[in-house]
Each structure stands twice: as C-alpha cells, then as structure tokens.
Design a binder for this molecule. Structure first.
Ligand SMILES: C[S@@+](CC[C@H](N)C(=O)[O-])C[C@H]1O[C@@H](n2cnc3c(N)ncnc32)[C@H](O)[C@@H]1O
Length: 247
C-alpha cells in the first residue's frame, strides 16, 4: 500500500529525486555492481542488528525499492514501514512487496528523513541505508530518526565508506572514478553512467566534511547509546548500530 504524506521540497531532496527517479528498474542488481558485489553482505549485517530483538514495528528510511524492508519482514515477525522521498522508488517497492506476498506487513510512505510524519517513539526499531550523503544537515536527520524510535529500540545503518588503508584507498579511488562510470554505462545506460560518475566524489566529499568520528558523535548527540560500527570489505562499507537511550 502506498501512502502519500508530507514531502520536503528542499534543494537536496529535488537532487535526490532527480537522481533516483530513473533508477528503480534493475536497482538491486546494479547496487551490487556499485558496491563491488558487497551490498548484500552489508545489508544482512545491518538487518541482523535490528531483528535480534524481534521488533513488532520497524521503520526503514530511504527504503528505495524496499530491499531492506523486505529482508526485515523475512527475518522477523515485524511489520515494516518503508519511507522514501522518491515516488518511483516506492512504486517499485510496492510491486516487489506484492510479489513477495507480504503487502499485509509492509506499508510505504512518501516523505523525507528530515521530517518524519510520525509521533515520538512510534517504532521499536529503525534502519536507514545510503541516506546521509543526500541531506545537507546529517546531524539533524540522525536526531529526527532517533526521535521516532522508542527508548531501548535498535537503530542500524549502512553506508559506503572510504577504505582506511592507503593501498586499498588507491584501488578504491581508481574503481570509483574509472570503472564505475564505465560499468554503469555498459549495464544501465546514461542514468547509471551518471550514478557511477557521481558516487565516488559523493562518498569522498561526504567523509571529508563528516568523518566517521563525527558521525559517531552525531549519533550520540541524538541520544543513541551503545553505538558500534563495523567497516566491511576492506573499509568500503560501513554498518553502524546503537539503541535509543532512555531520557
Ligand atoms: C541508494 S538508494 C538506497 C535504497 C535502499 N535503502 C537500498 O539499500 O536498496 C537511496 C534512497 O534514498 C532516498 N532518499 C534520498 N534522500 C532522501 C531523504 N532526504 N529522505 C528520504 N529518502 C531519501 C532516495 O530516494 C533513494 O531511494
């Protein structure tokens, strides 16, 4: 079921919507390509941090075509709300949720991570994936995400990262700057060429402004406790987790 709710019309939201609107077809396959074939591993690790509590209601922010939401449903008895700013992504999610036969357990909402249309403490757990590079104020978004989780509820995220070792960073740089745009073009045409070209500089630029230590601090300042992280695949993927603190 697709529910249209409030949509923030900010400049960054328009950029994300423009970037993601042509992408839902073949998204999951191409996400593997853009993550060096590691997206599935990273996603399983992240989802593991929220399903261990067997939550009743989970919010998945930046759900895209719903891959994380559908995996949470498969691995727990939870009902899931998948939220995204891009209508085309939610339309793809709606089809995939129906194909999985879990439409009674997944609701889809069009809104932004900056302004979630839910009261404080609504959810038992929350996941968000590849979101913070698209928002101008990541700390404010992390605080808004934490707001809607009940005290004690699990929060987990997945994002790309820059490998810390200089040798792997050089290889990563060459892959993201040279191979990705070409591989994107060959497999997905002009739109995926643009994504391939955008991704490397977007990741590097994000961590220049908001390094990992800063991000951990932003989670803590948002009232998230027991914050942990794991850099996976030589540091190309970053899974973070924590719990909403008791005020
Ligand atoms: C790379 S996709 C990730 C999709 C999905 N989480 C996955 O892992 O397959 C990023 C998603 O973030 C969404 N997005 C970007 N900025 C957003 C915002 N401010 N609020 C909500 N969704 C946003 C985009 O529309 C896009 O669907």
């Amino acid at each position: 079921m697709l529910t249209l709710r409030s949509s923030d019309d900010g400049r960054s939201n328009r950029f994300a919507v423009g970037l993601f609107t042509p992408l839902p077809t073949r998204y999951d396959r191409l996400a593997e390509l853009l993550s060096f074939g590691q997206n599935g591993r990273w996603r399983r690790e992240m989802v593991g941090h929220v399903v261990t509590d067997d939550p009743a209601l989970v919010l998945d922010v930046a759900t895209g075509p719903g891959g994380v939401a559908r995996q949470v449903v498969r691995r727990s008895s939870a009902r899931v709300v998948g939220l995204d700013v891009t209508a085309a992504m939610l339309a793809a999610a709606s089809d995939l949720v129906a194909a999985d036969g879990v439409a009674d357990r997944v609701s889809l909402v069009q809104a932004t991570g900056e302004r979630l249309p839910f009261p404080d403490g609504t959810f038992d757990a929350l996941t968000f994936t590849y979101l913070l590079r698209y928002v101008p104020d990541p700390a404010a978004v992390v605080a808004e995400l934490a707001r809607v989780v009940r005290p004690g509820g699990a929060i987990a995220s997945l994002e790309f990262h820059v490998p810390p070792s200089p040798a792997w960073r050089t290889a990563w740089w060459a892959y993201t700057r040279a191979v990705l745009p070409l591989a994107g073009a060959l497999t997905g045409g002009r739109e995926w060429y643009e994504v391939g070209r955008f991704l490397g500089p977007s990741i590097s630029g994000h961590y220049r402004r908001f390094p990992l230590e800063w991000t951990i601090g932003a989670w803590r300042r948002a009232g998230i406790v027991e914050v942990g992280h794991r850099q996976m695949s030589l540091g190309g993927g970053l899974v973070m987790w924590g719990r909403k603190g008791h005020a």
